[in-house]
Structures are given as C-alpha cells and as structure tokens.
Design a protein around this ligand. Structure first.
Ligand code: WAQ
Ligand code: MG
Length: 637
C-alpha cells in the first residue's frame, strides 16, 4: 500500500447547478473513508439531493508544503457598516488603501466560483478567467483527519486554510472575503503580517452577495506564478486554531466587553494570592507586606489552638461533612459549636450556616416574603441587600443609621403581614456602629422583627468581643447574625436567637436546608476560637488599643479618620485614584485594598484599613505615615 498523500475532491450538482463541494488532502489509507464521507455530505446537502457527484482522487507529491495557520482575531461588529469600516481600518494599517473602491468591486461583481485578483494599488484585474476567477485549491487542515472530518460545512476552518495558503502565495498582500451564504454574515480580512481578522458583520443578513478579492503587488506578468501556486501547489495548514461556533463566540464576547468596560472604569478585580498563612504580615508575589486588610482581627486563624482543633477534627471526623445538616451532615462538632455560640452571645440557641452570606440570605428569606416588609439601612452589606431582594418582600431602604427615618418608614408598613428591620452592627465599609438601643426601641414600637449583622462586631465590639448588646448593655435583637470567618478565624456564618427562632430557621431557611453542612474542622476551629476569646479577653482590648493608636497617628499627620470597630476607611472618591493609592501603598510595603463600586457607591471609593490585635506599634505608625504620604500625592497619581 502507498503511504503518500491523496487529494480527494468532491463536487456535486443538481440540474446543472452547483450544490456542494469540498476537498481533503489525506494519507492513502484514509482515502476510502474520506471519499465515502464526502459523498454522504453531497447527498445530504440542504440545497437538495444532487443528480451528479464528481469524486476525484489524485496522488500528491510526498513533500507537501506545510504552512502555519495565520493567527486569528475576532472582532464583534454590530452592523455591516461597522464591520466594513473596521475592515478598511485594518487593511489601511497594512498599507492597503482605496478600500471603498475595492469593496464596491466586490459587491458589484457577478457571482464567481473563484476570487478576483486585483493589483492592490491600481485595482487592475489580473485573473486570467474573469468569469470564474482564481480558485485556491489543493489545500487542507493538516489535522482534519485527527479531528474527524466534519460532516457539515465549517466556514471558519475552511476559510482559515484558504486564507493561509493565499497569504503565502507570491505577490499576495491581502484578502477580503464575504460569504455568499445569505445567512452567514461573518467575513474576514487577512494579510500576512496582520493575520486573519474575523469580523462578525460584513453584510446584512439575507444578502446573497459575497465574494473574495486577492490583492497583489508585483509585476503583472508574474501573476501567472501566483495563480499557479494557488491552483496547483498542494498545501497542508498546521495549527489551525480551534474556534467555538459563532453563536458561542458572540455570547462570550459580550462577557469580554463587560469585563473591558469594568477595566476602563478602574473597577476590575483580581484575586491576590497570599503565599503565607493569614496574619499581620503576608508574602505576596514574593515580598513580605504588612497586611492592613484582613478580617482575622484577633489573629486566630493561624493560632495553634485553633488550627490544631481543625486538624484533629479532620482526623476524627473527616474533611467534609458529606451531607446537608438535616440529612447526614450533622456531627458532634456542629452541635457543640451551636451550643458554644449561644452561650458566648447569651442567647437560647444558635444555628450555623456555611457562610455569613448564607446566614443573611437564610434568615431574611425565611422570615419575610410576599406581603411582608423588610427595612434595610442604605449602607447594609451586599449579602443583606441580596437577601432582601431574594425574599420577595417589599423592600424599604432607610437613611444610614437614621432611626427617625426607620421609624417613619415602619409607620407606613402597618398593613404588611410581617415587618423586619435589618442593619449591619458594624458597617463593613465605614466601620461605624449601629445605635442598637434605639434600633430596638423603634422596631418594638412597630412590632417589627429586629435583625443585626454582627459579622464585623463579633470578637471586636464589647468588652469580651460579644458584640453590640454587650457594648450597649442592652438586649439582643431578635435575630443576631454573625460569622465564624472573621475574628473567629474559621469559616461559616451563624444566627443566634430564641429557641423558637432557631427551630423556625431550621425548617424554613433554604440555604440551611439545601447546602452541605460545613465540615467538622471549621466547626471545631470556631469552638476553639471562642474558648481562646473567653480565656484571653486581652486580645479584644489590644485590638481596640491598636485602632486608637492608628487613628491618632493619622490625625497627627492631618488625616481625619475615626472608627468604633477595627475598620478604618480613608476616603478617596475616584475609583482609579483609589486603585493607584492602593498600588503605591503596596510599593511601600502595605497591603491596603481600594474599595470601589459596587461594594460602595460610585465616586465613594476608599482605602479600607482593617486593624488586627497583632499589629505592632511600629507597623501601625509606619502604615499611617505611608498612607499620609500616598494620600498627599494622590492628586498627582
Ligand atoms: N478560491 C477562491 N475563491 C473562492 C473559493 C476558493 N477556493 N471558494 C469560494 N471563493 C469565493 C467565491 O467568490 C465565493 O462566492 C466567495 O469566495 C465566498 O465563498 O467564520 O463561507 O464559501 O471566520 O461563501 C468567511 C468567514 C466565510 C469564516 C467565507 O465563503 C469565519 C465563506 P464562501
Ligand atoms: Mg459558499
């Protein structure tokens, strides 16, 4: 058996009219299969069953020219006008002018089987047969067999093979292509140096006119060599880039466009990798930075007692729980933690969720729904905002920490079945604290449920870090939500409240019912953190002292900041400036994130400093000095 290559060509017609055509270059052994496949393709063509099929198989020389596929770039054009002017700009960038004239030649020519060959500068037509045009042939994707020969027509793969051969032909400087398929509006321009630029709209849908123009520079008498290369020299094209289908391309390019817009607005986000345990310092990109952005306020995440509680729970109970709490996911560490949390807060009961976000969504959506009212502080955390929206209740947003406004709005909600007022305890981006006694007074007056998110208050606010009720010496709200993931150094969220409330949430709270229970290691770690907190209340005092020290250092440097928690915002305003300030701080050795929309309002970007009990006085004064320097420079950044 012959181990060379064969060209296999198929051409089919019906009533003298061309219906389909295709060509392959394949090893001898594949010829029968490919011939069968192409016959099948001809017979099944949507233009109708052919009455004539020509299958031609020709041996090729063993040393077939192999060419690397042109690089591909796709441009989304919304209209043909947009697409055509983009095509013109691209070609002009490679020295091809007179595009308007070239385009009208393409549009006005009668349908041709091949391409026009034009002098790129004088626009003279050089093709020997003007009715047929120049047909590039004897070419294939080198890997088409490995991929399995496509049954249908793959416009893209065939076009990239053709364009690659054409741009490698002597004298050719560019190509323009518009499909003659009325529904296929994607076309392309190609040059050897720019590559293959797909443009998703090169004509209006429904327009059957299409065609190709090959642009040539050189002596006209040499054009015969170009035509000979295109029509006779076999070529295999390697590394044809795989492309998603056009619909997918369009779907994803709409995502790419949104991302680009965010980038332009200074709003794009990336995850930084900290390649060391969380703590007051961390290694980022190989450098040790002072971390001023961790919620691990009491430095408990890496505390030996906390971390080894997680490790031994993993040994004893496994890494994951394997089930939802109501099915098979409840283990002794879950039960113990809920008891510990209730005891810590001084409530009857507690319920644990997989995250703080879920605790908020779980509590709010269980308590209120259609026909109910939920009242939410305008600066509440995103998880509360989402919870309110998801609940289906009527949502009323009241002015920040304005109990008069809350009172007024509650008095307009008498007709609702239930009322729930929900507020952050410590506002996560501003660091200020809810006036809990007044909040309780107003909600009680209107017979509304009160809910407070103590995510940033737990371990921080109150003598023993027990939160707002401890700090104000008042009762708890009906629903006291908190998280295990911040000062407790673990992972998860919780709600403390009455036994009735907790039983209700276990039955009606969808994120509790339908999530896998967090693993025993996270539960055991949180229980260990609570016991450290009980034994070492000095940590909370040290944190408070650090915040006081940092704020007073800042004020000595002329920056007014204040905080009743561990969060100290430094207002910047403009998003890009905040980003630049954050970068400048990182260059100086401090990790301070720029907080931007949608976390805070547009134009209210800020540096958000989070203090830890473990920061040293030296770290804090150096940080204050760097912040003063950078914010002083900010208008020049
Ligand atoms: N050689 C020269 N010209 C040709 C050839 C050929 N082998 N085949 C077709 N043409 C000319 C002919 O005038 C056609 O009317 C015109 O090109 C368009 O051919 O998604 O489908 O087969 O990246 O309709 C381009 C975009 C699709 C692909 C092109 O062309 C993508 C296409 P069609
Ligand atoms: Mg066609």
């Amino acid at each position: 058996m012959n181990d060379g290559f064969y060209s296999v060509k198929m051409r089919a017609a019906r009533g003298g009219m061309h219906t389909s055509g295709a060509e392959k270059i394949v090893p001898a052994g594949s010829v029968p299969a490919v011939a069968a496949l192409l016959a099948e393709r001809a017979l099944g063509h949507p233009k109708g069953a052919p009455d004539f099929i020509n299958l031609k198989m020709e041996a090729q020389p063993p040393d077939i020219l192999r060419l690397k596929a042109l690089p591909v770039e796709t441009h989304v054009a919304e209209t043909a006008g947009e697409g055509l002017s983009l095509a013109a700009r691209l070609l002009a960038a490679d020295g091809i002018e007179r595009i308007d004239e070239i385009m009208s030649l393409l549009r006005e020519a009668p349908p041709m089987r091949g391409a026009m060959l034009l002098d790129a500068d004088t626009l003279e037509r050089l093709e020997p047969d003007r009715e047929r045009g120049v047909r590039a042939t004897y070419m294939d994707d080198a890997s088409s067999l490995a991929k399995g020969t496509a049954r249908g027509k793959n416009h893209y793969a065939e076009a990239i093979v053709l364009a690659t051969k054409v741009q490698n032909a002597p004298g050719i400087v560019g190509e323009i292509c518009v499909s003659d398929d009325p529904d296929y509006v994607t076309g392309y321009v190609a040059t050897r140096s720019l590559g293959y630029h797909r443009i998703t709209a090169m004509k209006e849908k429904g327009d059957p006119r299409g065609g190709r123009i090959f642009l040539y520079r050189g002596r006209h008498e040499d054009a015969v060599r170009t035509v000979d290369f295109l029509e006779r020299t076999p070529v295999l094209v390697e590394d044809v880039p795989v492309l998603a289908n056009a619909g997918e391309e369009r779907r994803f390019s709409s995502l790419a466009a949104d991302l680009e817009k965010r980038e332009d607005q200074g709003l794009s986000r990336r995850c930084r990798t900290l390649s060391s345990p969380t703590g007051p310092t961390a290694v980022v990109d190989g450098r040790e930075l002072v971390v001023l952005s961790s919620n691990d306020y009491l430095d408990l995440a890496r505390d030996r007692r906390v971390a080894s509680a997680a490790a031994s729970a993993a040994d004893e109970w496994g890494a994951g729980s394997g089930g939802a709490r109501l099915t098979t996911g409840t283990q002794p560490p879950h039960v113990k933690l809920e008891k510990d949390l209730a005891e810590f807060k001084g409530t009857e009961a507690a319920i644990v969720y997989a995250s703080g976000y879920m605790a908020n969504v779980g509590a709010v959506t269980a308590l209120v729904g259609k026909g109910d009212a939920v009242l939410s502080d305008e600066l509440n955390h995103a998880s509360i905002i989402d919870a309110c929206r998801l609940s289906g209740a009527d949502v009323f947003v009241y002015r920040h920490n304005d109990m008069e406004d809350l009172n007024r709005r509650l008095s307009l909600c008498r007709e609702h079945r239930r009322r729930l007022a929900v507020s952050d305890g410590v506002f996560s981006m501003d660091g200020d604290v809810l006036d809990l006694p007044r909040f309780l007074e107003v909600t009680r007056r209107h017979d509304a449920f009160s809910m407070v998110d103590e995510a940033h208050a737990t371990g921080v606010v109150g003598e023993g870090g027990r939160g707002l009720a401890e700090r104000f010496g008042c009762a708890h709200p009906d629903v006291s939500m908190g998280t295990l993931s911040k000062a407790l150094g673990s992972q998860g969220g919780f709600v403390c409240g009455s036994r009735l409330l907790v039983e209700y949430l276990r039955n009606f709270s969808r994120p509790f019912i339908f999530s896998t229970a967090p693993g025993a290691p996270a539960m055991a770690a949180a229980s260990a953190a609570l016991s450290v907190l009980r034994d070492e209340p000095g940590r909370v005092a040290r944190l408070r002292e650090n915040v006081r020290r940092f704020v007073s250092e800042l004020s000595k440097l002329g920056i007014s900041a204040e905080s009743e928690s561990a969060i100290v915002p430094i207002m910047v305003g403009d998003e890009r400036r905040a980003l630049k300030a954050s970068k400048a701080l990182e260059e100086r050795g401090f990790l301070v994130p720029a907080i931007r929309y949608p976390t805070v309002a547009r134009g209210a970007a800020r540096l958000r400093v989070a203090i830890m009990s473990a920061h040293t006085p030296a770290q804090l004064s150096a940080a204050a000095a760097a912040i003063a320097e950078v914010t002083g420079l900010i208008h020049h950044l």
